[in-house]
Design a protein around this ligand. Sequence first.
Ligand code: ACO
Length: 329
Amino acid sequence: MANTNARILSTGRAYPEGVLTNADLEKLVETSDEWIISRTGIKERHKAADGEYTSQFAVRAAQQAIERARIDPSEIDLLICATVTPDQILPSTGCLIQAELGAHRAAAFDLAAACSGFLYGLTLANQMIRGGQARYALVIGAEVLTRYVDYTDRSTCVIFGDGAGAALVGASEGDERGILGTRIRSDGRYAEQLYAPGGGTRLGITADNVNSGQHYFRMKGNELFKVAVRSMADVSREVLEEAGYKGEDVKLFIPHQANQRITDAVANNLKVDSGIVYSNIAMHGNTSSASIPIALDECVEQGRISEGDLVLLASFGGGVTWGSVLMRW
Ligand code: ACO
């Protein structure tokens, strides 16, 4: 099975029923619908209820992808759950999802690369399939970010939402379809641009640390903005050039949904037509690792992707991490 292409065979998505609108946020912090829409493009975001947790959405998204690929869960060799909001510290959310799905033959684990987690996972799945070590790989991005959001901090609480997306990746032997190129990067020198100091071994899980909100996300949005635009555009251009393509050749561009202004700036930088850039930020906000697989599933459902289309994915997230994947659908 060596030298086969890997391609996404099917997708799925799920999110909580609960929705937090800009009007709801106006009641919590000093902000306005107008400010949020003009600075981010976000109108509402899904928010998990008390008692809901990450793997529940991951399992629902994964089940859709598995059903659509018409395979049995026992055929899955690799299960990657990209998340920074796991169900619990041990075992991995990947293993919990594996048990729920009945994917008993898979190697399951979590991957922490924030908003780039799905593209990191897709890159690993691609290599395992191309190397003949996996026939089917399930790559999931799933988050309940709102659990780590401080609803007194207006600079972060308007941004994040919850959800999950999944892609079933399989071998695509002897045809032109599949993943043409991947590139993933990180730079830990920018770690403090988006981070949560508490919740791990560095600051113990003490009442003091929890009460002072050490587990909440902190973000230097303005600085991230500039790095995000530059990194996503550069890495996408590298992947395109390496595969012999230009921005003009792309039929669908799905960037990580972080902020509408970031999306517009990256698209502009890459010279891709605005009509082929997908955005769902208005309805979901930033769902970190879930954003790209959710968007991909929506594009499939809406008939925005046809067989043979060149599809470009790009991400940027805490770490900082970034990456790009180019595929022929
Ligand atoms: N409502 C009203 N005013 C606000 C709000 C709010 N929700 N949030 C911030 N402000 C104020 C600030 O206090 C500031 O006021 P001041 O000028 O009096 O000090 C003013 O608005 C401007 O603040 P900026 O931070 O400069 O606003 P900016 O235009 O940069 O928008 C935002 C902020 C939306 C966070 C933007 O920087 C952004 O989206 N950055 C990227 C963030 C991102 O992508 N993060 C995630 C990447 S990684 C991942 O996805 C996990």
